[in-house]
Design a protein around this ligand. Structure first.
Ligand code: AMP
Ligand code: MG
Length: 521
């Protein structure tokens, strides 16, 4: 296997001088060298051929012994110097100090078709940042990360990618729900791919230690490689950089709201500096539309990371990044101005998202209010988000209210609950929407095409991932491939896959893994 490797992070930035794999505080360094753990009996389960292709890895290479070995940590690529990054972060609103890649090891960087990609193993053993944990990952969470990364990419949501999913052949002990019932599970390794895995926390750790020199080195490096339109080196550039990160973050979070994705752990160490969705842990997809929903049982009390709160949390996280960059910007005003701008641009971006989801081409003042009243109406009785918006494109301008409900009925869990106040409120909303549609000049069939490009037909519902996991636990990996293929074209009508355009089955409502997930992965 020939890769066009071109390492920069570990060539241009300061390394930890200590090369031992012992857990410690790492000062004045961006990373520590680590060698992946040799897996007991590695087995390749799934490869994203699109990702392999983007890296210049051929189909023959994917089937080679080398591929299996390199992407499970059994072999270190010649000339490469694997490492784990040092970063800190705010977890659930509190500064947690040094965290770092506790179970991630960066292998190398590859340049192919003028694009830079960093390759990283997740679950390949302990690192200096593993703290009290083992550096490993289990099959269930690795399947979830592999499938969701690629599904998000095909949905058009900025995200880290996944090249491969493998079993390590080792057993890993986990207490899934943190309730004192640990059990052995199959260990797995995912090879994640992104232009860079730098997080807000990489900047925060230096600022927290008042290490201006290294904060500046990291910022200059990030600008040079990933924000080439900014020149770098001056305070003005750092302000431009912060503004660009803010724009990318906003774009990402709006996409999450558009498709109903709930990240689950938006700690600042899980915020990519490139505005990519990163760290697929206890994430979930809205089934019934619910602003308060979070899949993360670890957060079930506070619900800090609930669906409806994600845009505000992104802003809170940007405040923390601004605090870190203040050390080299040395001026509060431009950072505050950027943060104020987020609030204004969020409303604009949400309005655009609302219009797109509702199929409104003209810009009218009340469009956001119309969408927000729909958000409330959708929560009157349990209504599937994905199905509702997908079915909405079938509504004609001259539809009657009864027909509207008939055409979207499949999205309602209990259509019989649509009586009394609920029915009245729906009728009020439907009347407003139909009236608004009449102003549109687009034909019904034209509107449908545009709406279907924005409102996906298929997403990785929590129970779907669980079906793939349950089968894989028994050695059947076919559902992983089936879902992977399905989710490559999430906006396309796939007649043969209509069974995946369905509400969550009742068995999945309260099942661990489907509606309840923890950080234990
Ligand atoms: P996460 O909640 O996955 O974003 O992880 C938060 C922090 O805990 C990061 O520093 C991770 O690297 C670390 N971590 C999570 N799981 C493990 C594990 N199994 N072994 C070592 N470190 C871990
Ligand atoms: Mg993380």
């Amino acid at each position: 296997m020939k890769l066009n490797t071109n390492d920069t992070f570990n060539k241009e930035l300061p390394a930890d001088k200590n090369k031992n794999n012992t857990r410690r505080q790492v000062l004045e360094a961006c990373y520590s060298y680590v060698t992946p753990k040799i897996p007991g009996n590695p087995e390749l389960l799934h490869v994203s051929i699109e990702m392999a292709d983007a890296l210049g890895i051929s189909k023959e290479d994917v089937n080679s012994e080398d591929f299996l070995k390199v992407f499970t940590g059994a072999k270190v690529l010649e000339g490469s110097e694997p490492f784990s990054m040092c970063y800190g972060g705010h977890q659930f609103g509190n500064w947690a100090g040094q965290l770092g890649d506790g179970r991630a090891i960066n292998l190398t960087e590859v340049v192919h078709n003028d694009k830079r990609w960093a390759l990283q193993l997740k679950g390949a053993g302990e690192t200096p940042y593993s703290r009290s944990a083992d550096g490993l990952a289990v099959l269930r969470s690795s399947i979830r990360e592999h499938l969701c990364s690629e599904a998000m990419f095909h949905l058009g949501v900025p995200t880290t990618r996944s090249l491969s999913l493998s079993l390590s052949g080792d057993q890993v002990l986990r207490d899934v729900m943190y309730n004192g019932n640990p059990a052995y599970e199959k260990g797995a390794i995912v090879c994640r791919v992104a232009p860079s895995f730098i997080r807000f926390g990489n900047f925060q750790i230096f600022a927290s230690r008042n290490d201006k020199v290294n904060l500046q080195k990291l910022t200059d490096y990030t600008i040079k490689h990933f924000f080439p339109e900014i020149n770098g080196g001056t305070k003005e550039c750092y302000i431009q950089f912060f503004n660009a990160v803010l724009d990318n973050t906003l774009e990402m979070v709006i996409d999450w709201q558009r498709v109903g994705f709930v990240h689950g752990v938006m700690n600042t160490d899980n915020m990519s500096i490139l505005g990519l969705t990163i760290d697929y842990g206890p994430y979930g997809w809205l089934e019934g539309y619910e602003n308060d929903w979070t899949p993360n049982t670890t957060d079930s009390g506070q619900r800090r990371y609930r669906f409806g709160n994600q845009p505000s949390v992104a802003l809170w996280n940007l405040y923390q990044l601004a605090n870190a960059l203040f050390l080299i910007v040395e001026d509060v005003k431009p950072l505050e101005e950027a943060l104020e701008r987020y609030k204004i641009e969020f409303v604009e971006a949400k309005t655009e998202m609302a219009r797109a989801k509702l199929g409104l081409q003209l810009k009218e003042k009340e469009d956001l209010a119309l969408f927000e009243s729909l958000e409330e109406t959708l929560q009157l009785t349990e209504t599937d988000m994905t199905m509702f918006f997908r079915l909405l494109s079938n509504i004609a301008k001259n539809e009657t209210a009864e027909n509207f409900i008939e055409k979207t009925k499949k999205a309602f869990y209990k259509p019989e609950e649509l009586t009394g106040d609920a029915l009245h409120n729906w009728n009020v909303w439907i009347a407003k929407y139909l009236k608004r549609l009449k102003n549109e000049t687009q034909l019904d069939q034209e509107r449908k095409i545009v709406m279907d490009d924005v409102n996906p037909k298929y997403v990785l519902r929590n129970y779907m991932a669980q079906l793939a996991i349950d089968a894989a636990d028994k050695g059947d990996y076919s559902i992983i491939e089936e879902l992977y293929q399905l989710l490559k074209q999430p906006y396309l009508e796939q007649v043969e896959n209509e069974k995946w355009f369905a509400k969550r089955p009742e068995w999945a409502r309260h099942k661990v893994g489907c509606s309840m997930l923890s950080c234990s992965s």
